[in-house]
Design a protein around this ligand. Structure first.
Ligand code: PMP
Length: 439
């Protein structure tokens, strides 16, 4: 029920696509997945649009990797100039990484004072957990039941969304996602989360692991997108701190202004994490990611452990990241995320009134989820209907996807320069598709 191409349908693809899918299998092996019933071949991107080989444009309502828009000329130019000048690593003094780090840390509360660079979000979470374990002396990890935090052997062991093929580590416990709809109101949600985290902590202690960290995606993207009520995590974090554990805010999804109003998802919740990790949107497609720490956490770790990451923080990635920060500021993209995101959410909420199968429209800024169910009485997630909507939107050249453990939440997460005009195009298509698919 995930948004992926089903290989048993290969005979229904046009000859060229079929050949490419077979070549992928032959060359890349069986581990890879493609989006959509009819996979899309993309040859070019610009702003919020992607183009196929025939020149058709697709509205990109999904990418937060190219967060400031595909092939943004300012980023392209910065990368080109740096690649033509110097590309080396953190063992040499370079002013650019210092200037960037200063500005980057300046977007955060003062308590977060050191940044360490990696190439991927997975690596950032891996490093964050190493530091958490080193600092606390504990081994246990608590995550939400549908979390994804990455692909290394350590991090995949606390990424339950990878499914039963990737067993959770013996030192990992899960708590429910903050599903307001199904937990029945704010107070109940907070009470349920507090009780579940207490149970998880007690169980980790009983098994001798203790709690190194509670790590959570600050918009609970793979759990099904849960932004509200802002502040609901405070009691959970108090419990973790009381048990000697740390709170790691995974900002790979909501970070860099996507939620509107703030740079970081944790700021919506009025929290200051012990460690923050980010990645995807940081370099507009150039591999760069980071873990950010309260300095006291790194004192011992840094004294005793050498950190060198060949590509992490290389000159070109830093140039890309600097350009991304500049573009977010120069083009007021955080304000745009709020303005356009609020508009989309309000318009989809109006459409939703007509459908018993839309249980909730929720989101923050340009990260919106539409919860699709069999009916509003039972609120049973309906992944099949959601997939029909996603694939029909794709046929109309509007690219969205689905999230949540049953793939039953439409995931609307476009590049940050998404305009009101782009929103109109998306909404008109959604109106048509919902009418056809949810009846
Ligand atoms: N954390 C979250 C919340 C993510 O969504 C992802 C990627 N989807 C990661 C971590 C891992 O990032 P990467 O793919 O760059 O390793």
């Amino acid at each position: 029920m995930v948004n992926g191409f089903d290989k048993s349908r290969i005979d229904q693809l046009p000859p060229k696509t079929r050949q490419q899918v077979e070549d992928r299998d032959r060359l890349l092996g069986p581990g890879y997945r493609l989006f959509y019933e009819d996979p899309v071949e993309i040859v070019r991107g610009a702003g919020t649009l992607l183009y196929d080989a025939d020149g058709n444009d697709y509205l990109d309502v999904y990418n937060n990797v190219t967060s400031v828009g595909h092939c943004h000329p300012y980023v392209v130019d910065a990368v080109y100039r740096q690649l033509s000048t110097l590309n080396t690593n953190t063992r040499y003094i370079q002013q650019s990484i210092l200037d960037y780090s200063d500005q980057f840390l300046g977007t955060m509360p003062a308590e977060l004072g050191h940044v360490m660079f990696t190439c991927t979000g997975s690596e950032a979470n891996d490093l964050a957990m190493r530091v958490a374990r080193y600092h606390t002396g504990n081994q246990g990890v608590i995550v939400t039941s549908g979390a994804y935090h990455g692909l290394t052997s350590d991090v995949s062991a606390f990424s339950p969304s990878l499914g039963v093929g990737v067993p959770l580590g013996p030192h990992v416990r899960t708590i429910s996602a903050p599903d307001l709809l199904r937990h029945g109101g704010n107070e109940n949600l907070v009470a349920v989360m507090r009780r579940e985290i207490q149970d998880a902590i007690a169980d980790l202690e009983r098994h001798g692991f203790g709690v190194a960290a509670f790590i959570a995606d600050m918009i609970f993207s793979s759990d099904g997108i849960y932004p509200d009520p802002a502040g609901f995590l405070q009691p959970v974090i108090e419990e973790v701190h009381n048990a000697g554990g740390l709170f790691i805010a995974d900002e790979v999804q909501p970070g860099f202004g996507r939620t509107g109003q703030h740079w970081w998802g944790f700021q919506r919740h009025g929290l200051v994490p012990d460690i923050m990790t980010t990645g995807k949107p940081m370099g507009n497609g150039t591999p760069i990611a980071a873990a950010v720490f309260r300095p006291e956490l790194l004192v011992e770790f840094g004294r005793n452990i050498r950190y060198f990451n060949t590509f992490g923080g290389n000159s070109v990635s830093i140039a890309a990241a600097q350009a991304v920060l500049d573009v977010i500021e120069n083009e007021a993209l955080i304000d745009n995320a709020k303005k356009v995101g609020d508009y989309i959410q309000a318009e989809i909420s109006k459409l939703a009134v007509n459908y018993d199968q839309i249980a909730e429209v929720r989101g923050a800024g340009l990260f919106i989820g539409v919860d699709i169910v069999t009916d509003r009485e039972s609120n049973t997630p309906d992944g099949d209907a959601t997939l029909r909507v996603v694939n029909h939107m794709r046929r109309r050249r509007v690219l969205i996807s689905a999230s949540g453990p049953r793939g039953s939440v439409l995931k609307i997460r476009p590049p940050l320069p998404f305009s009101l005009g782009d929103a109109e195009r998306m909404l008109q298509n959604l109106d048509h598709v919902l009418a056809e698919e949810l009846h």
